[in-house]
Design a protein around this ligand. Sequence first.
Ligand code: C5P
Length: 330
Amino acid sequence: MRVVAPAKINLHLRVGRVRADGFHPLLTWMCTVDLFDTLTLIRGPRESNRDHKSDATSPANAAESDDWFSLRTDHPTLPTDRGNLVVRVAAAMADTLGRDGEGSTGRRERVSAFLTKRIPAGAGLGGGSSDAAATIRALAAMEKLNWTAARMSEFAAQFGSDVPFFFHGPSSICTGRGEIVRPTPAPARATYAVLVLPGFEMPTPKVYAAFDELKLGSDDSLDAPPDFAAWAELKSEDLLPRLVNDLEAPAFKLQPALAELKAKLEQLEKNRIVRMSGSGSTLFTLFDDEATASEFARRVRLETNVGLQAVRLAPAVNMSAMSMSASAQV
Ligand code: C5P
């Protein structure tokens, strides 16, 4: 079984003052983009871990793979033990299914998972969260659970504030700490983005801590949401000036190179506005067509040595679509 896990960008992100539970109230417009990880699951006997000498497995990883669920990846440094959300999700699903008497309890068949990573980590693109959502979706299908999107989304919230979004995308307004998701029309004209990937990770908790230190956050910005459906009709040059990311100031304080990169990108074109996604490090800007997006990416490539990706917003992929593939390479 193979499932795709799309990346997201936060088109708009307003953050309120920190709550008693340590999380911040949000109002964010999130949208998937056509940059995908792929998760392939195979049920049944699995080769022993020793057969995979090329894997960067630590002793902890090897111990984990004795469990019913084992994970491998093409990423050189990504953990394949409980340090990876995919493995934590699988363990939690096994617990829940055993406790609630759902699925194949008792002698569970082994599942071998292979994660093909294309979404960079620590980039504000929701890669780990999307992988977690894909794991829930795939295991629910394998176990023939009749979990609705609402049930999966509710289960998903324990793994991170933006995991529930991936059961509702491709374009949604997320509130609460991010887990309350309401679908909204995707941009109809500003349909392409160039993602600028600076090549370093931003630690989300530190960005929020810096946000608190700067005494930022007003709940007023959350109380009066803009008319997102009207924004979705705007051309990119009219939409970009309306978009805000309240985490830019603390992220730029922690990582001044990111502010410098944004300034440099904005100088490349008159009136070009560049925003940050999530808590960084990805910067993005929007376009109405693929040709102008590619042209901008080409110019950035001449001026900088950052990673670049021209992507379509809200790609037409049924995120719940899955394929059973006998030839899947795991
Ligand atoms: O929920 P998630 O695991 O993605 O959150 C990571 C960290 O980001 C949290 O521990 C918290 O420090 C911060 N966060 C926050 N408010 C949110 C979401 C995340 O303060 N709404």
